[in-house]
Design a protein around this ligand. Structure first.
Ligand SMILES: Cc1ncc(COP(=O)(O)O)c(C=O)c1O
Length: 375
């Protein structure tokens, strides 16, 4: 595959920001343009074709996370919405607790905190330690109903050992919820191997899709535990039988999709994921780890800089965050603005600078582009 043709990104940019919002491949932009033209010229005359694309996307998502069935895949608006469906679907008892970490993106904290009024306690494990999984498991007790964690932490880039956490949850009858937005499209993921009950992730980061279309995986037994809070024609078992007066929720995860799908987003994400299938997630993962390693080595080689991200193999994915000695938060915010002004697209996270190259990123000569950091 000619990667340059798939990613005709402007040459003035060094795009190191896939942990925030990714870049669309050419095929995705073309799919959206073609869909717009089709709508303009033919309306929804080809709706049956659209449904085929929707089914294709569900199949790709199933394979991407190694779900057992497409029936376990729902399409949500975003990660936060899917997490909210879980939080407000479970039947909490006062005294129950939820365990998460102190490095989570707000989406994976606020929603659980909001359950306080139902008497649910949120426990935040300090995972800035040698054994982050042990820190999380140590907070679990007989009242723990759910453990929720990001597969890769958005700020530090710390990659969690999901199999270890999931095995514990499986053995202890604790629900296991994974925010996989910093993994899917970057590194290989296996929902079944890690015993995930729920996996949530919007498509706009490493999956290189648009904002506003997320995968929401639920294991069938876990799905049954969620009381529904959104209803409509699309979430019933016999969707499309508009004259039927009786209805039951779909057995599949479609029960979480009350109405018309985000078809434009579906066309886009389906195109993006076709690229990953052509290339292979093993190849993508290797290239991402190589790119991250290059940045880690660069940071490590500069006395002015301090690496925030882990550098141990298996403990990082695509995120490399660092700080510059002698700079406070404001200083890093200014450094971030300067980098952006120079076309180095990055983020200001964890009080430092976060880089997140993708597999296709052309890292040749990156040291020259990053030299202003050292000034
Ligand atoms: C770990 C993590 N979860 C969730 C999100 C975003 O959630 P949503 O899809 O609801 O916008 C981000 C975005 O930065 C994130 O890093």
């Amino acid at each position: 595959m000619n990667l340059g043709a798939e990613f005709p990104l402007d040459k003035d940019l060094l795009y190191l920001n896939h942990a925030a919002v990714g870049v669309w491949p050419k095929r995705t932009a073309e799919a959206v343009k073609a869909f717009a033209d089709e709508n303009m010229h033919r309306g929804a005359a080809g709706y049956l074709e659209w449904l085929k694309v929707e089914r294709e996307l569900r199949g790709r998502l199933k394979r991407l996370i190694n779900a057992d069935s497409v029936d376990d895949i729902a399409l949500s608006k975003n990660t936060s919405e899917a997490l909210s469906l879980i939080a407000y679907g479970l039947d909490w008892q006062a005294g129950d607790n939820i365990v998460t970490s102190n490095q989570e993106f707000p989406s994976n904290r606020i929603v659980w905190e909001s359950l306080k009024e139902r008497g649910v306690e949120l426990r935040l494990a300090d995972i800035s330690v040698d054994d982050p999984e042990a820190a999380m498991l140590a907070l679990c007790d007989e009242k723990t109903r759910l453990l929720s964690v990001s597969s890769v932490q958005y700020g530090t880039g710390l990659r969690m050992d999901l199999n270890r956490l999931g095995q514990f949850c499986h053995d202890q009858n604790v629900l296991f919820c994974v925010d996989a937005i910093q993994s899917l499209g970057a590194i290989e993921f296996d929902a079944q191997a890690c015993h995930a009950d729920f996996v949530v992730a919007d498509g706009h980061k490493w999956m290189l899709g648009p904002e506003g279309l997320a995968v929401f995986y639920s294991r069938p037994e876990a799905r049954e535990k969620l009381k529904l809070s959104q209803f409509g024609w699309h979430m019933v078992e016999r969707a499309g039988e508009f004259d039927a007066e009786d209805w039951t929720p779909a057995k599949s995860a479609r029960r979480f999709e009350p109405g018309s799908p985000n078809m434009l987003g579906i066309y886009a994400l389906n195109a993006s994921l076709s690229l990953f299938e052509e290339i292979g997630m093993d190849v993508v993962e290797k290239a991402i780890l190589d790119n991250a390693q290059q940045l880690i080595d660069w940071v490590d080689s500069k006395v002015e800089l301090e690496l925030i991200s882990p550098s141990e193999k298996g403990r990082f994915a695509g995120i490399v965050t660092f700080r510059k000695h002698g700079l406070n938060r404001d200083g890093h915010a200014e450094l971030y603005r300067n980098l952006m002004a120079e076309g180095v697209i990055c983020a200001n996270r964890s009080g430092g600078i976060r880089f997140s190259p993708h597999f296709y990123s052309d890292m040749s000569g990156f040291e020259v582009r990053l030299r202003p950091i050292l000034d």
